[in-house]
Design a protein around this ligand. Sequence first.
Ligand SMILES: [Zn+2]
Length: 414
Amino acid sequence: MSERCAPASDAKTIKRGTSSSNAYAASIEAQKRNPYAPRASDFLSDISNFNIIESTLCEGEQFANAFFDTKTKIAIAKALDAFGVEYIELTSPATSEQSHVDCEAICKLGLKAKILTHIRCHMDDARIAVETGIDGVDVVIGTSSYLQEFSHGKDMEYITKTAIEVIEFVKSKGVELKRLESIGWANPRQVYELVRTLRGVVTCDIEIHLHNDTGMAIANAYTTLEAGATHINTSVLGIGKCVGITSLGGLVSCLYAANPEYVKSKYNLGMLQEVENLVAEAVEINVPFNNPITGYCAFMHKAGIHTKANLNNPTFSPPFPTIDTILRHRLTGWNAIKLCVEQLGLKLMDDEIKDATAKIKELADVHTQSMDDVDSLLQVYHLGIQYGKLAVGQKEALDRLLKQHREAKESNEA
Ligand SMILES: [Zn+2]
């Protein structure tokens, strides 16, 4: 990360140097607007000053179903660039002839995002990488006692000597150098302590690459930014080896909660679904139903208490899409039904909407009501009121009108 030391430390000096009463007051004000915003006490936090190193075309290639051809890699790289990630990381060109060709092809696209490649801490890999036209390298070498003993078998003296040799070569070629950490089993407190300790002794950028073995990759990424990390590795839908790494959409959703304006200024959020669908199709999986922001259920509310809060204040849950998926269900409250009435362009008084809601709940106790079922009921209710055939509380009249509507529909379909 040595290339970026000066700007990063300057930025931090400015930010941390202003933890005066002004900054404190601004922080309190921000907390009032958004309780998820960083606090004044988070003086190390980079929640509002970070870069994404997108690794779908590197880590993601290790996903069980991933076999990206050149055309697919280019499509994914262009989509990630349009979304606005700052860096795109590619598989090392030293891995295979095809990886070499693909790396050169993506470097020639002229994307706004900087192109990195992930290489072993080895002079041959470094030489091949810098010749492809990449902007930077992520250099990896295992330093843990386990890897020293059971994997590469090299001791710390050898690791240090090789690392210095590779780093000096890469820097001499004017290529950015990133430092990489990879932690699959750590929890948020552990990664916070680790990065905070590191932040205490270095002023350069800190890049973090977090595996999701225990389902904490997003939480760990967020926490490391709070501790002063500057660059986070992600992949689309979190794909990677085993259960993958920090997902792009998941990280963006929790960073959005902390500072929506900053995240909106950096990324084209409307493109997230397109990027995820592109990758899901390429690796033949579905976007998980519980995926943050874009999952099938991401913004579905059944209980009236939640729908009311959402309708009155769309920031109650992260306001990415509009609330157009309120489920017609026995748990639905009248506020959600009021929204349906407005969407249908119908004019009903609140007591009439409450009356219609009671009927929807009654029907939903028997079986789930589809969007069309509820819309039809509201239209029938509205017509009944309009033509004086129905008033609030006239259950039998409403049942009669619904029966007539059902019969007319069936005879039309016959
Ligand atoms: Zn990894």
